[in-house]
Design a protein around this ligand. Structure first.
Ligand code: ZN
Length: 481
């Protein structure tokens, strides 16, 4: 399946006005995903230049340096728009259609869009609402023609009439008509996408966004709620309910995520995607996929009655033996051998998949996402569990002793990511214990925690669920973002 993304930028549409108008195409999009307020960053002027620059670069004004509608002094060569970055760095095909000069032309310090693969610029014949309506119509015609047939991976289409109308006529009837007209044009762009001969084999993400609002009389640049409240509508693979707080920088970040492109670190994006497919899922075994934790605890208690669970859960046999040695004084090697033999026997006889585990592995297979098993158990125990789960479900497996250090060190997760040839930061680790979570996060992975015996608290890039039951694409795409 080919992933493609369309961003439609509609300039200067007030959220409160939008909400009271019938805009069926936007409403349908929001029903498939969400429509949510976006507050313009406190240090960013509520003006088109800075806001659009933030939206399409994924970095704040402090980095891209566009502070007004004169772009002179910008740093877009370091922090380019997504259409330029994807075309130049990845050889992806990108497309931009717009009628506002600084977006497209070497004037006023522009262009914002520096080097997309394909572009359409149609300037309105005059700076009037009527001319802007005509311009938007022509931009829509041209963009629809491209979107219907071209192999464009990422596109940006700009509609400017609502903003121009508010500036000339205030936020009254003419403005409302312009907003409704923009929705009709959105409908034409979406129809063009659906008409593509290859549409059935494509995953489309559509993002519709405004840059700022307007005061009642028309005009913006201040910090009233009407000016600073922008919005974003989004629909596409993995996109469900709106995340709690979205920023303009997140739009650019989501464009990359929608194409499966994990950002390079030196891009220093300020935005975070709100739905991103993990490039691989790295799964802990004990307590996450199979209930071996109770067997392990029982084994430890049979070996040394009164041992403390917090010191042995998620730990390797040798670490546990060392801990028990400190308690009992028994030889660590003998303790380890006893633990290993008892545990292996118990796993072979009693281990069963935890609720939702097999369904999750099936889902990963169906989505074509590689899975790895990352365990602190020994190879014999891992192999015994693989016999229960099915060895074909994992592209690679890591057992205790196969990396220089085991969990809570990052080594096992780093080894699994290396084995799959993916960036650990683009991987989702599934873990049940604080020790395992520490290891996965030290490796830079996103984490989905399903705590078993010890609790795990939510944190940045860490999602906590009760168990693996009911995990679908949306849960996978949003976990640990
Ligand atoms: Zn604007």
């Amino acid at each position: 399946m080919q992933s493609r993304v369309l961003v439609v930028g509609i300039d200067g549409v007030r959220l409160d006005v939008l909400r009271r108008l019938p805009t069926p195409h936007l409403a349908a999009l929001a029903a498939d995903g969400f429509l949510t307020p976006v507050e313009v960053d406190a240090d960013t002027p509520t003006m088109s230049g800075p806001c659009w620059a933030t939206i399409v670069t994924g970095v704040t004004a402090a980095k891209h340096g566009v502070w007004s509608n004169d772009f002179t002094g910008h740093r877009l060569d370091v922090f380019p728009d997504f259409a330029t970055r994807l075309a130049e760095q990845d050889g992806r095909r990108t497309f931009v259609a717009a009628g506002w000069r600084p977006l497209m032309q070497v004037r006023d310090g522009g262009p914002l869009f520096r080097a997309p693969s394909r572009s359409v610029f149609i300037e309105p014949v005059a700076d009037t609402p009527k001319s802007w309506e005509r311009c938007d119509e022509q931009i829509t015609d041209a963009a629809a023609a491209v979107l219907a047939v071209d192999e464009v991976d990422a596109s940006f289409v700009y509609l400017g009439a609502p903003d121009e109308t508010a500036h000339f006529l205030g936020c009254g009837e003419a403005y409302e008509a312009a907003v409704r007209q923009a929705d009709r044009r959105l409908g034409r762009l979406l129809a063009a996408i659906r008409s593509r001969p290859s549409y059935a084999d494509e995953h489309w993400t559509v993002l519709v966004v405004t840059d700022h609002g307007h005061v009642d009389a028309g005009g913006h640049g201040g910090r009233t709620p009407e000016e600073r409240t922008a919005w974003l509508a989004a629909a596409g693979p993995g996109i469900g309910a709106a995340p709690p707080a979205l920023r303009h920088v997140d739009v650019g970040a989501q464009v990359f995520a929608a194409l499966g492109r994990h950002p390079d670190r030196h891009w220093t994006l300020d935005g975070r995607p709100f739905a991103a497919a993990p490039h691989a899922v790295l799964l802990d075994m004990d307590g996450t996929l199979v209930d071996t934790e109770s067997l392990w605890l029982r084994t430890v208690h049979e070996t040394v009655p009164g041992a403390d669970a917090a010191h042995v859960l998620g730990r390797s046999v040798s670490d546990t033996a060392a801990h028990l040695h400190a308690l009992t004084g028994d030889a660590p090697q003998q303790l380890a051998a006893d633990l290993e033999a008892r545990f292996l026997a118990a796993v072979r006889e009693e281990a069963t998949p935890l609720p939702g585990a097999l369904e999750l592995l099936d889902l990963l297979q169906e989505l074509g996402i590689p899975a790895a098993l990352v365990s602190a158990s020994s190879r014999p125990v891992v192999d015994a569990v693989l016999g229960i789960l099915g060895p074909d479900r994992f592209r690679t497996t890591v057992a205790e002793g196969e990396t220089p250090r085991t969990k809570p060190a990052a080594d096992p997760y780093l080894a699994a990511a290396r084995g799959l040839g993916v960036d650990p930061a683009a991987c989702l680790a599934v873990e049940d214990s604080p020790t395992g979570v520490t290891a996965a996060e030290a490796a830079g992975c996103r984490v989905l925690a399903v705590p078993s015996y010890a609790s795990v608290t939510p944190a940045p890039r860490r999602t906590v669920l009760a168990d693996l039951k009911g995990i679908g694409r949306h849960e996978l795409w949003t976990a640990g973002l």
